[in-house]
Design a protein around this ligand. Sequence first.
Ligand code: ZN
Ligand code: ZN
Length: 79
Amino acid sequence: MKNRAQARWREKNPQAVWAHRALRSAVKLGIVKQQPCEVCGDPASEAHHPDYDRPAAVRWLCRRHHKAAHKKPKRARST
Ligand SMILES: [Zn+2]
Ligand SMILES: [Zn+2]
């Protein structure tokens, strides 16, 4: 189910897929360095693309803060 949704997402967002691939190779080649989460410093970070036209311009966020970044930041004051 989840894979299927992901496959559909890929079909709809070819540029995002490309950006992720480009970033992966950039990290591999040492062009881009993985950073800890910019919010909490968690080293298990994921790349967040604010702009898929610039695959190397990413923000590094842990899973939690990455999710938060994708949510609309409307009154994000839950804690
Ligand atoms: Zn974080
Ligand atoms: Zn993201």
